[in-house]
Write a protein that binds this ligand. Structure first.
Ligand code: REY
Length: 404
């Protein structure tokens, strides 16, 4: 259902639309900025169809919000809470999982702007003897090229029992690094991209070391308060989501088993890699501000936007993903998956348009794939999937990273 729509974007002429045929493989900053400036109006019907498909694939509810200049488009389907049958709202708070990594990266890049951190210095310069290899730099960690094994792969090999074993646990960052170091590293420093939560646990340790206080206060002082993010919270190790929120439902591994309400948890297994709570409005505000250059110097933003190719449609910078859409537009943001919640939060290169879409289930690849369809509707307009009545499908490539 389109629950609210404030204003409408201008409809652009054919001459402008022809700029959108930039090939997905050859994203140059200039072509990308031109494509962003010429985006067609969001396809609100397509957004609704995508959310319908998300719910049909097994999510109790789904929400999407597009902010485009002064216009906002809010679309929802289904329930926030299966037991009370309360409908989901586009204003509901939810757990954003690894979208947290963009917040952590921005804090560290701000510290680099303040000359308190050298991105090419070994992590061990700031945290002596933390890692077994002085060749691992801060940049390797932020770009997932450190080779540090992802401890969460073992933790959640069994999705429900793995989750229940840690749902109320409180880990120290060093406990999580120690879990990773029990396993061989996946690659030599800098040699390959390998997505790992361990990298952003190290990022949390760096934030604490360099600021002398908690990641919570770094997020609050540097991002939440200056941007006025009223729905964004880091409550670790509290287990509750404050205020009005969607419940999150973990899909068990066994086909047909009942969904598990996973809303309350410490998220201590992720912390600076994935424990923030937020809303669609706040995430759109955050990525718009970031891409408009309001949070970092242009030199530091350019470093964040130096991408390593992950697969045909996804690249990774420093705590920032790029997705190349079927219409030739590239979008910048992050994906998130914690028990009970999937999130896509992406903005155009110029930050003028942002989409956040979330579903309140996880461990369900079909839901994740259907949710990706919101990106095409938000940034490609009606140019894809036209007339089929079906949500356009973005290739599953890159979704492997979500470790469902
Ligand atoms: C953790 C497992 C996924 C989620 C993860 N999330 O690393 C980070 C991210 C913070 O990228 C869980 N999957 C699920 C399983 C798979 O249990 N056996 O889907 O809820 O956001």
């Amino acid at each position: 259902m389109v629950s609210a729509m404030v204003g409408r974007g201008a409809v652009l002429g054919a001459a402008v639309l022809s700029l959108l045929t930039v090939p997905a493989r050859a994203v140059t900053p200039e072509a990308d900025a031109r494509a962003a400036a010429a985006l067609p109006a969001p396809d609100v019907g397509g957004l609704d169809a995508a959310l319908h498909s998300v719910v049909n694939q097994g999510a109790p509810g789904a929400l999407a919000r597009v902010d485009d200049g002064d216009d906002s488009y809010l679309v929802t389907r289904g329930f926030a809470d299966r037991s009370t049958r309360q409908g989901i709202s586009a204003a509901d708070r939810f757990r954003i999982g690894s979208v947290t990594k963009s917040f952590s990266a921005v804090v560290l890049l701000q510290l680099a702007d303040e000359h308190k951190l050298d991105l090419d210095a070994p992590v061990n310069r700031y945290l002596p003897k933390l890692l077994p290899d002085d060749g691992i730099t801060v940049r390797h960690v932020l770009s997932h090229r450190s080779g540090l094994y992802d401890y969460s792969d073992d933790m959640f090999a069994q999705s429900v029992s793995g989750f229940e074993a840690v749902r109320n646990k409180v880990f120290g960052y060093r406990d999580l690094v120690a879990l990773s170091l029990r396993k061989p590293r996946t690659n030599a420093p800098g040699a390959a991209y390998s997505y790992s939560n361990t990298n952003y646990v190290v990022a949390g340790l760096l934030i604490e070391k360099l600021t002398g206080s908690s990641v919570r206060s770094a997020y609050e002082k540097r991002l939440i308060s200056p941007l006025g993010l009223r729905d964004t919270f880091y409550v670790h190790p509290d287990t509750k989501i404050p205020g009005r929120h969607a419940h999150g439902y973990l899909t068990p591994d066994a086909a047909g088993a009942k969904l598990v309400d996973a809303t309350d948890q410490t998220v201590s297994w992720a912390q600076s890699a994935g424990a923030l709570i937020s809303s669609a409005r706040d995430l759109n505000t955050f990525y718009s501000a970031l891409l408009r250059g309001k949070l970092l110097s242009s030199a530091r933003l350019a470093e964040m936007e130096r991408f390593t190719r992950v697969d045909a449609t996804t690249s990774y910078g420093l705590g920032l993903r790029r997705r190349d859409l079927s219409c030739g537009v590239s979008v910048y943001g992050h994906t998130g998956a914690v028990q009970g919640f999937y999130t896509y939060a992406f903005a155009s290169k110029d930050g003028k348009r942002a989409l956040t879409a979330a579903a309140n289930t996880s461990n369900n690849a079909k839901v994740l794939g259907a949710l990706a369809g919101t990106l095409e509707s938000a940034f490609c307009g009606k140019s894809t999937g036209k007339g089929t009545g079906k949500a356009p499908r973005v290739p599953a490539a890159g979704e492997r990273d979500l470790k469902q």
